[in-house]
Design a protein around this ligand. Structure first.
Ligand code: SAH
Ligand code: DHB
Ligand code: MG
Length: 227
């Protein structure tokens, strides 16, 4: 029996019950570790929340910014409505190669479309046929979070969900600026969201196996398109 107030132990308790791992998820984590990639994937219960979000809106077109080894991508793919697809954007060729292997072994090669390169370029080059997206998960370089968010809204349908990881960064987002580009980037996003008429947005802190962090969740309002 796991007890106590340590958020990581409680996360283990929750994930054991509600977000157990399986061969494909294990493969993503193991492949990342073997390739020397940092363990900065979402937690299992967070990944499952992404799956649930996709299911709740019957998402068919999902966009992810920041693939790493594809752990969160697997969860997003599991939330797709029949015939749905995930486009996932990754800068590092090494990460992209590992993730492609993970998707291949999971039998998801036709479902997950990984584009390697700077996400800003991939997003700007995205034709209308791929958009509008139903759900966007932003989890790449935090300094550009606002740019990614803005493009995500432009590429999304009214009613789409935009979820951003790492909104809190141990609380540094609410501290006076320190020169930390990640915290500054997230703060810039939060400041912009406060006055963005295209969306209704909130932010939540999380604790658990990934420490103290948070998510931004936004819904694209009607008539937000074509800007
Ligand atoms: N979503 C993943 C974790 C992503 S970690 C998961 O939860 O499993 C962040 C990823 O963003 C890293 O792989 C990093 O290489 C990638 N990244 C960083 N800068 C980027 C950029 N400019 N364009 C695209 N991807 C970028
Ligand atoms: C870190 C965590 C993340 O979830 C991420 O996307 C990038 C970096 C980190 O803890 O450094
Ligand atoms: Mg993250």
């Amino acid at each position: 029996m796991i007890s106590g107030t340590d958020p990581a132990r409680i996360d283990a308790f929750l994930c054991e019950r509600l977000a157990p791992s399986d061969a494909a998820l294990d493969d993503a984590l193991r492949s990342a570790a073997e390739a020397g990639m940092p363990a900065i994937n979402v937690a299992p219960n967070q990944g499952k929340l992404l799956m649930i979000a996709a299911m709740a809106i019957s998402a068919r077109r999902v966009l992810e910014v920041g693939t790493l080894a594809g752990y969160s991508t697997l969860w997003l793919a599991r939330g797709l409505a029949p015939g749905g697809r995930v486009v996932t954007l990754e800068l590092e060729a090494r990460h992209a190669a590992v993730a492609r292997g993970v998707f291949e072994r999971a039998g998801l090669r036709g479902v997950i479309d990984l584009r390697q390169g700077p996400a800003l370029e991939s997003l700007r080059a995205m034709p209308g046929v791929e958009a509008p997206f139903d759900l966007v998960f932003i989890d790449a370089d935090k300094a550009l979070a606002l740019e990614y968010f803005d493009l995500a809204v432009r590429l999304s349908r009214p009613g789409a969900l935009v979820i951003v990881d790492n909104a809190v960064r141990g609380g540094s987002v609410a501290d006076p600026p320190t020169g930390d580009a990640s915290a500054a980037g997230m703060r810039r996003l939060l400041d912009a969201l406060a006055g963005d008429p295209r969306v209704a947005a909130t932010a939540l802190q999380t604790v658990g196996s990934k420490g103290h962090d948070g998510f931004v969740a936004a819904v694209v309002l009607p008539a937000a398109g074509a800007r």
